[in-house]
Write a protein of this length. Structure first.
Length: 139
């Protein structure tokens, strides 16, 4: 039986992901405010809350720097500011070839990964994610 080699990747904040989440929240909030103003014209001050909603979404979408490690048998996730690691199972939710969104359980924790940030580790990471037995949870 062939074992998958160990892999270590470091997750970093991704401003593009944060911007997309903030824009989606702002659009959804704008739709709700437009609906409310259409039914109740006195609800116009709600438009002033759109920047607050976008900023809130920006902050919630921030990814803390973490370390994700495959030791050949299990995935381990190191939280920021902690030396210990927690064993997690991963599910690939979105695979755009150059960008992945993983869900780590228990948690759940959302882990966006990009080829640009991972560099030389990208191929090994993708190969391990899709071939490691017991490492990936089916959706």
């Amino acid at each position: 039986m062939h074992r998958t080699p160990p892999v270590v990747v470091h997750l970093q904040p991704q401003a593009a992901v944060q911007a997309c989440v903030a824009a989606l929240v702002a659009l959804a909030a704008a739709g709700l405010v437009a609906w409310a103003c259409d039914h109740h014209p006195q609800a116009w001050p709600a438009w002033l809350m759109l920047p607050v909603a976008a900023l809130w979404a920006w902050r919630l979408a921030a990814v803390s720097p973490r370390r994700l490690r495959w030791d050949g048998q299990a995935w381990w996730l190191a939280e920021p500011g902690r030396d210990d690691e927690a064993q997690v199972q991963l599910a690939v939710l979105i695979d755009l070839d150059a960008w992945l969104l993983l869900r780590a359980v228990p948690g759940p924790r959302w882990l966006p990964l990009s080829r640009r940030q991972q560099g030389a580790h990208w191929g090994a990471l993708r190969a391990t994610l899709f071939t490691a037995s017991g490492g990936i949870v089916q959706r």
